[in-house]
Design a binder for this molecule. Structure first.
Ligand code: SAM
Length: 259
């Protein structure tokens, strides 16, 4: 299939057969599993995935690529959802869903936040992203990469970086190193925030000014005594707190508001 890569859709197509095989092996698709691929592009991963699964859903925004995919695959095998993955309701694809993709790098953070909303229906997700984003996703408290993305994704998923993919594996080659990351939803009874929207606001406030102390950044949510009662030093900065600490703060705020 020939196609002029479009920058605005973050198009870097995988072209190294060994890397493609390694990624598909890491996904380990089994016949009968429900899977959706975000951004199939020129079908580098779509083709081997379909060969193992029998049927596959894809979400693609580029009309020229959609036309090529329609020419190449039978609609009974490949279900194409035409449009923006950021607006796609992954809940319509049923439970126990596996989501995969070499994600468009220009929308990596918003797409991860969008997908986090479907964690209850998902078995697992395996993505290629810029290595720098993957390092932020899996970062631990105390590191400079630990931030809002780490906390909000680690709240919902257990995550692991699997391996790196160099720029030479793509056409055109991106400027940065990429990594494969696997996300598996946490059981919903661990780390449960009573008000997830509030958790999101607290984490955003804490990391919005990450050089300031929690007594300043969280003053609209909880006072110093409240932080101390949770065993959290109000003089600390956002990057020192674990995900469980943020959930404890959000739940204490909830309890205080209810009282
Ligand atoms: N999977 C192919 C591969 O590995 O060679 C293509 C990967 S390329 C990095 C990203 C793909 O996502 C492109 O096919 C692009 O058109 C598609 N895409 C970009 N933005 C999208 C969006 N908002 N919704 C759905 N697909 C999108």
């Amino acid at each position: 299939m020939s196609h002029q890569a479009r920058k605005r859709f973050g198009q870097n197509f995988l072209s190294d057969p060994n890397i493609i095989r390694k990624i598909v092996d890491a996904i380990a698709p089994q016949a009968g599993q429900r899977m959706v691929e975000i951004g199939p592009g020129l079908a580098a991963m779509t083709d081997p995935l379909l060969a193992r699964l029998g049927t596959l859903d894809v979400v693609e925004i580029d009309r020229d690529l959609i036309a090529l995919l329609k020419e190449r695959y039978r609609p009974e095998a490949l279900t194409i959802h035409e449009g923006d993955a950021l607006k796609f309701d992954f809940g319509t694809l049923g439970p126990d869903l596996r989501i995969v993709g070499n994600l468009p790098y220009n929308i990596s953070t918003p797409i991860l936040f969008h997908l986090a909303g479907f964690a209850d229906q998902v078995r697992d997700m395996t993505f290629m992203l810029q290595k720098e984003v993957v390092m932020r996703m899996v970062a631990e408290p105390g590191s400079s990469e630990y931030g809002r993305l780490s906390v909000m994704l680690q709240y919902r998923f257990r995550m692991g970086r699997m391996f790196d993919v160099p720029p030479g594996a793509f056409r055109p080659a991106p400027k940065v190193m990429s990594s494969i990351v696997r996300l598996v939803p946490r059981p919903s009874d661990t780390l449960a925030a009573r008000d997830e929207a509030l958790l999101g606001k607290i984490v955003t406030a804490a990391f919005g000014q990450r050089r300031k102390t929690l007594r300043n950044t969280l003053r609209d949510f909880i006072d110093e005594a409240g932080l101390s009662a949770l065993g959290i030093d109000p003089g600390q900065r956002a990057e020192r707190l674990s995900v469980a600490d943020y959930v404890a703060i959000a739940n204490a705020c909830c309890a205080a508001r209810a009282a």
